[in-house]
Design a protein around this ligand. Structure first.
Ligand code: BLA
Length: 312
């Protein structure tokens, strides 16, 4: 199998990246998320010119502490994209894809979000166009980006049943078409997940393509704060933190989260987690680290077939 080189990679090869290794599936039955990333990069270059991000120099390839796992990272930027980044983790027992694209603050386009965690027993999946603004209360924002996408969401509702209880913050970051699911491993499920990923990414690219640059300074600030709030949530609460720490140790995991995965959390704004999410602050004023100490709810999908919120 010849490794496939993207046009921008042939201009500036990323030497530390071993394409062949990531393309080879070392497990007897397991998924490789590499083709998801390849698809997304190919598709993005059809729409826009991708440039390697300055982050690429530092974040590209890492071995886990025990030497048995590999973490592969890619990052790019483009005219309308502040950061497109992906992390693939492959160990003997798990595969992870964390692929997110953050538009620049001049665009109020949703954040593309694909988080897939696969172990021998289970798969935990979030695939969504995370809305930048409150779509439960801001009718216009929901109309602008999600009204036309409801049929796409419905296509996958039956195939991927609701994954169970969540915090209300996660729900606020999710859209009416979110795929939030858990399933036991099967090749058929990965095929469906791959087609959902392709469908969702293609419609997201269309939204981005159509987006018009915002000129109003206060609206740009509003978008920027929404991006920062999102980064602050995810850098602090990412359920993958425990896995990352186990693989690469506490300080590298923290660095990966704050400087790579949720890059911008320390630069795009000065508000803290506490400012944005005061409900997570316990009496002494220290952050409540346990995710399950704040009530989780939404046992069922809190949107109806028309994309109306029915959670309350
Ligand atoms: C679990 N990951 C979850 C859950 C959600 C997400 C909702 C389940 C419920 C919860 O604990 O909240 C994902 N939550 C999101 C996303 C957003 C959000 C995408 O709010 C966006 C706004 N997951 C990863 C990575 C790893 C990972 C990189 O993205 C591992 C390196 C693992 N996710 C992972 C694991 C669980 C999980 C292990 C189960 C955790 C548990 O049950 O406690």
């Amino acid at each position: 199998l010849q490794p496939k080189l993207h046009p921008f990679l042939t201009r500036k090869p990323i030497s530390t990246r071993d394409w062949r290794k990531t393309q080879t599936c070392i497990h007897s039955f397991s998924v490789s998320y590499q083709k998801f990333v390849d698809f997304a990069l190919d598709e993005t270059t059809r729409h826009t010119h991708l440039l390697p991000s300055p982050l690429q120099e530092k974040y590209n390839f890492m071995k886990s502490k025990d030497g048995k796992g590999e973490l592969s990272m890619l990052s790019y930027e483009a005219t309308k994209i502040r950061l497109l980044r992906s992390l693939i983790i492959e160990t003997e027992t798990l595969q992870v894809l964390d692929f997110t694209v953050f538009p620049k603050a001049e665009y109020d386009v949703p954040i593309f979000c694909a988080n897939f965690f696969t172990s021998a027993k289970t798969n935990i999946v979030v695939l969504d166009l995370n809305p930048l603004h409150d779509i439960i209360h801001e009718y216009d924002y929901k109309e602008k980006y999600f009204k036309s996408l409801i049929p796409l969401g419905l296509k996958y509702v039956e195939l991927f049943p609701w994954g169970g209880k969540l915090t209300s913050e996660s729900i606020n970051f999710f859209s009416p078409i979110v795929i939030w699911t858990r399933f036991t491993s099967s090749p058929q499920k990965y095929d469906i997940l791959y087609s959902a990923f392709k469908d969702y990414y293609k419609v997201w690219l269309e939204l981005l393509g159509k987006a018009v640059k915002e000129r109003d300074g206060s609206q740009i600030l509003h978008n920027l704060e929404a991006q920062h709030r999102y980064l602050t949530w995810r850098a602090e609460k990412d359920p993958g933190q425990g896995v990352l720490k186990k693989l690469v140790g506490d300080s590298l995991a923290k660095d990966l989260l704050r400087s790579f995965l949720f890059n911008g959390v320390d630069e795009l704004g000065s508000k803290t987690f506490n400012d944005y999410f005061p409900q997570y602050c316990c009496e002494e004023g220290t952050l409540n680290k346990k995710s399950n100490s704040v009530d989780k709810s939404f046992e069922r999908r809190p949107w109806d077939a028309r994309g109306e919120f029915i959670g309350n």
